[in-house]
Write a protein that binds this ligand. Structure first.
Ligand code: AVW
Length: 249
């Protein structure tokens, strides 16, 4: 028994970065009943392995998008900006809305850091460029590419959760503003429903100036609505799943 325990411990210590990230990726992938998660991993890895970690454009993940099975959930798709925690706390408790991170496309990499190196076939999880260190880094390009795919699929009535506790809830430089909003298409989409999440003393509401820019960028033919919802109200809704879907706002 002792020998087995020692062997397992040594094995764990020797597990390299590639295997750790791959393990997490494959485990998360399998939760979506994907038949060939190895194939999805291979397509993901080819985007950055052996490359300079500042020279990975978003197109490098095209094969990953092609390999990952993803079906749009019309009328339930949830976009967000500056509300990461509150939106996921909300969607985790019910199946009414689906964020990118709730799909296989986003779930496999949520919260992770990775990059490759020129001349190496390994995946590294430390000493990778940060979000703003260089534009074409593996993590930022990944989120741009999967966000584009998620927005391309947006259909029916779509929701976006924005932060009413900051002065500029909508930023045209965010992924939501620079990628997703631009790809919303009126042939598939009926409406964009902004949910402005507010706290006790809201800094911004639906009359906020930044929303004018959002409306101006929205494809003609997509209806625009905005509603203010307090964080307390959101919590109440997620604790009562039967009212979450239709009647929360
Ligand atoms: P966000 P987005 N430095 O809350 O609209 C480090 O602004 O962009 O929402 N990390 C960053 C930076 C930065 N300057 N900017 C963004 N990030 C990372 C996918 C960070 O992890 C979904 F479909 C932050 O928590 C949403 O609709 C996250 O990106 C949409 O994109 C979100 O930044 C949200 O992107």
């Amino acid at each position: 028994v002792l020998i087995v325990v020692i062997a397992v411990v040594v094995g764990l210590v020797l597990r390299n970065n590639t295997q750790q990230l791959k393990g997490t990726f494959i485990d998360r992938c399998k939760k979506f009943n994907v038949s060939d998660c190895q194939k999805v991993w291979d397509a993901f890895e080819q985007a950055y392995v052996g490359r300079d970690p500042c020279e990975v454009p978003m197109e490098a993940y095209d094969p990953f998008i092609a390999a990952a099975p993803f079906e749009p959930a019309c009328n339930r798709m949830m976009f967000w900006s500056k509300t990461k925690d509150v939106v996921h706390e909300f969607t985790a408790k019910s199946d009414c809305f689906v964020t990118l991170e709730d799909t296989v496309l986003g779930a496999v990499a949520d919260g992770l850091t990775w990059c490759g190196k020129k001349g190496s076939s390994e995946t590294f999880t430390t000493d990778c460029p940060g979000w703003v260190d260089c534009v074409n880094n593996p993590v930022r390009s990944f989120w741009k590419r999967v966000s584009a795919a998620f927005a391309d699929a947006a259909c029916g009535n779509v929701t976006a959760m924005l932060n009413g506790s900051i002065t500029t809830p909508f930023s045209s430089q965010s992924i939501f503003g620079s990628i997703e909003l631009k790809r919303f298409n009126s042939t598939r989409m009926e409406s964009l429903n902004v949910v402005m999440v507010t706290q006790k003393n809201p800094v911004a509401n639906c009359t906020n100036a930044s929303l004018k820019m959002l409306k101006a960028e929205l494809d003609n033919g997509i209806q625009y609505y905005c509603k203010e919802v307090s964080e307390a109200q959101l919590k109440e809704c997620s604790n009562n799943p039967q009212i979450t879907c239709g009647a929360c706002w």
